[in-house]
Design a protein around this ligand. Structure first.
Ligand SMILES: Nc1ncnc2c1ncn2[C@@H]1O[C@H](COP(=O)(O)OP(=O)(O)OP(=O)(O)O)[C@@H](O)[C@H]1O
Length: 269
């Protein structure tokens, strides 16, 4: 079998220091993500997002598209970072060469944290008795997600692909972590941490309620299919979004229409 990493060579920037071997983290249809020591602080890591040339595309068109996509993603990230939205900082970029270097976010995707919390529960949430369960750590995480999305929309950015895989849980320092041992404490630790939004490959600048509502709808649908056993808690995300973002009422009103259209579409097949 061909080793995927050798199909396309890594970008030149990653070959300059032979002592630092980049680690290929993911390889998607469009790009690859490497973890590599930061050239600015060698005791820290950074993430290098690379869009290799596509041999099936016309080279001039391909170069233009790659440059535009990297530039646009870096621009949106920069804007969010400057305005205090929790996203990775952009450290360097060479859009023409198809890469940007961003801050490495420690921790796991929110998807993994929520699934650890949910553990081995039956898929049919209705059969579970939640009355005896303290769900505060999980609902607190949902509220942090709503605050992060509210902050994003406040800066005039819509993400385009909000899912719990495109959010990381950056670990808290020990003194902020839930105390104790045993299953309950372990579950609480799984959903602890700051929410950092990643993957702005489909993001755009927009102030429209409709675009923001679609962003929330995408998250709602992704959440329901990734975490069906926590679907009844999704409203906590919307509640905290409403508190975090002044223009939320208009967006949430639009969300009703977007849902309606979604239902009609799925009825028509
Ligand atoms: N800054 C980061 N720090 C740590 N891990 C990251 C970071 N950015 C991305 N990752 C990890 O790499 C994975 C892929 O990253 P990302 O979603 O940005 O790339 P992609 O899906 O290939 O992008 P695109 O959808 O734009 O083609 C993420 O799911 C996450 O696990």
């Amino acid at each position: 079998m061909t080793e995927p990493a050798t199909e396309f060579p890594p970008p030149k920037i990653l070959t300059l220091s032979p002592a630092h071997k980049p680690i290929l983290i993911t390889q998607g249809a469009e790009g690859r993500l490497y973890k590599t020591p930061s050239p600015f602080q060698p005791d820290q890591f950074c993430a290098l997002k690379y869009r290799p040339p596509k041999p099936y595309r016309h080279p001039i068109l391909d170069a233009r598209l790659t440059k535009a996509r990297i530039s646009s993603e870096a621009k949106v990230l920069d804007r969010c970072y400057r305005e205090g939205v929790p996203v990775p900082a952009v450290l360097a970029k060479d859009a023409a060469a198809g890469w940007m270097m961003i801050e490495w976010i420690e921790g796991e995707p929110v998807r993994v944290g929520i699934n650890k919390w949910l553990g081995e529960r039956p898929e049919d949430d209705a059969v579970v008795d939640h009355s005896q369960e303290d769900e505060t750590p999980l609902t607190d995480l949902m509220k942090r997600i709503g605050v992060a999305v509210g902050a994003l929309h406040r800066t005039g950015v819509v993400h385009g692909d909000l899912t719990t895989s495109n959010m990381m849980l950056r670990p808290w320092a020990d003194d902020r972590l839930p105390n104790g041992h045993g299953d309950k404490a372990e579950k609480a630790k799984a959903v602890a941490g700051d929410v950092v939004v990643i993957d702005f490959g489909l993001a755009m600048q927009s102030q429209s309620d409709e675009d923001r509502a679609v962003d929330l709808y995408v998250l709602e649908r992704a959440f329901a299919s990734t975490h069906p056993r926590a679907e009844r808690l999704f409203h906590h995300i919307l509640d905290s979004y409403r508190e975090a973002f002044k223009k939320a009422p208009g967006v949430l009103h639009k969300l009703e229409d977007v849902r309606m259209r979604g239902r009609k579409r799925s009825m028509l097949g």
